[in-house]
Design a binder for this molecule. Structure first.
Ligand code: KG4
Ligand code: ZN
Length: 355
């Protein structure tokens, strides 16, 4: 995609939006971890969002990168086909192809990136690279209500835990992040210690709903500034379990609900303490959550309550846009399209990727 072509496209877009006749269709592809997903966005509206979750990893207790890449290869053609069919859009109707460039598993990213590049080349349309973590934040612009700028977004997933200051759709700054494990990892690793299958986060959530969150207190980490740490809590949970199971071999099965409620309460408490601090320091009261862990009911309820107490406007995404999906890649891509921000065929995926 040459710059002159891009400028022409934007001019065309402005002209056609002006007389309401222009239809802009973007196909977006997400393949950063264990979900193969494709979505179509038309003039800002998500027309389809197909997600194929890879079940193969359950038997290994975590995502196996090589198996993820192979599963993406198997899923990508049917998933893209279904996204186009569901949206009633043909390949010829597409104006751009977007894909997740990173961060994520390199082999998994490579499948989506190569597919998007080939398809864009074949159709002779522009390519748009998207940062997966920025896309989690921008998922808030799929439905109403949308946060006003600037807002803070607590982005919590299996690989990241960040507080992001969002000044504009493409203007974001990480003001706090984890120094070790991500909070989703903490959910999954504690679930594993309880012998729950991967991914354990949703199961902890399920058991926690019937448990007492104050049954077993765990120490909170002391981390300066707005950064997080979750490795200590995982270790203290391990020692706690070892001691209790030694005293009573049936401790876990007899107390699973209270154990899950207590660990979830502690993890949510760690997140919200820092978010409160970030809001105080920045003076920002527009507060959003995003990423897989934002599906957690403990977090969703606690942030609502805290928001009411502190006068925040709280934004919580619909469940389908919390965990990995291509709709969020599509909305991010649309912002980039409008900013004339395209990439060329030399683009490569990046396992680690800054904003
Ligand atoms: O955003 P995501 O789908 O993938 C990454 O980008 O990592 O997040 C996946 C993470 C996993 O750690 C999963 O256990 C966690 O989100 N998760 C939850 C819940 N649903 C998903 N954690 C706690 N409670 C949930 N309901
Ligand atoms: Zn994610």
């Amino acid at each position: 995609m040459r710059a002159s072509q891009g400028i022409l496209l934007i001019l065309l877009l402005m002209l056609n939006f002006a007389n309401n006749s222009f239809v802009m269709n973007i196909l977006a592809i997400e393949s950063s971890c264990d979900e193969t997903s494709a979505a179509v966005i038309t003039n800002g509206e998500i027309r389809s969002n197909v997600v194929a979750t890879q079940l193969i990893h359950t038997q290994y207790g975590g995502v196996v990168p090589e198996l993820a890449s192979r599963a993406h290869q198997q899923h990508i053609v049917p998933v893209v086909d279904k996204a186009l069919n569901d949206a009633k859009v043909t390949k010829k109707d597409l104006d751009a192809i977007a894909f997740t460039k990173g961060p994520g598993l390199l082999g998994a990213l490579l499948v989506g990136t190569s597919f998007a590049k080939s398809m864009a080349l074949g159709l002779d349309i522009p390519l748009i690279e998207v940062n997966h973590m920025q896309a989690h934040v921008l998922a808030h612009f799929i439905d109403d209500p949308k946060p006003a700028f600037p807002f803070l977004c607590l982005t919590v997933s299996g690989g990241h835990t960040q507080i992001v200051k969002v000044a504009g759709p493409l203007d974001m700054e990480i003001i706090g992040e984890t120094r070790d494990d991500a909070v989703g990892e903490a959910f999954d690793k504690t679930a594993k210690l309880l012998d729950l299958p991967y991914p354990g986060g949703p199961l902890i959530d399920k058991y926690a709903a019937k448990g007492n969150p104050l049954a077993y207190p765990f120490p909170l980490p002391e981390m300066p500034g707005l950064d997080f740490s979750f490795s200590g809590i995982k270790t203290s949970f391990l020692y706690f379990l070892q001691k209790r199971v030694k005293e009573n071999p049936d401790f876990i099965s007899q107390n699973i609900e209270d154990i899950c409620a207590s660990i979830q309460f502690t993890l949510v408490d760690i997140l919200l303490k820092k978010l409160k601090k970030a809001s105080r320091e920045t003076g920002i009261k527009e507060i959003a959550i995003a990423g897989g862990v934002s599906a957690n009911s403990g977090l969703r309820n606690a942030i609502q309550e805290l928001g009411e107490k502190l006068g925040w406007n709280v934004y919580i995404p619909a469940f389908e846009y919390c965990t990995d999906n291509a709709a969020m890649i599509a909305i991010a891509a649309q912002f980039k399209f409008l900013a004339n921000d395209f990439c060329d065929q030399t683009v490569s995926p990046m396992a680690r990727m800054e904003f």
